[in-house]
Design a protein around this ligand. Structure first.
Ligand code: SF4
Length: 139
């Protein structure tokens, strides 16, 4: 059963084949295909995405000076938005529906300044949700 932390529940939706290295990308592809078949277990901490990340050292994210603390904050916010907690089990399809509803807030809080934004921008779902988000703002 795939184990995912809060912010990966959202960001993985917009995976477009890009990543840190080949092992990291292959792991994401494998996880995404498993998520179509198996329920996801919510985990607060290092998960099945982090496990293949070159920045993971001694169970901490060393992507940047404050990244470990910052991603924990992102996880907390993601779980609050999705109304999920550590240990919950959820279907990928159910999650996609929830993400559609909370995308505006997530985009405003995190996507605007994210280093991976260019990769997500190439994903059709990301573009669609951005369009809906803009339309909502104009109403
Ligand atoms: S732009 Fe960054 S924060 Fe937004 S969904 Fe993509 S990876 Fe996540």
């Amino acid at each position: 059963m795939p184990l995912l932390r809060g912010h990966h529940l959202i960001c993985l939706n917009f995976f477009n084949g890009e990543g840190y290295d080949e092992a990291f990308i292959k792991n994401l592809q494998n996880l995404l295909s498993r998520m179509e078949e198996e329920k996801i277990t919510i985990f607060y901490g290092t998960d099945d995405v982090c496990i293949n990340c070159p920045y993971l050292k001694e169970n901490r994210c060393l992507y940047s000076e404050n990244s470990d603390r910052e991603i924990m904050e992102m996880d907390t916010k993601a779980l609050a938005l999705l109304a999920l907690s550590h240990g919950d089990k959820v279907e990928w399809s159910e999650l996609k529906e929830k993400i559609r509803k909370i995308f505006s807030e997530w985009f405003y809080l995190y996507c605007k300044e994210c280093d991976w934004r260019n990769a997500c921008e190439k994903n059709a779902s990301f573009q669609k949700l951005k369009y809906l988000h803009r339309t909502k703002e104009q109403q």
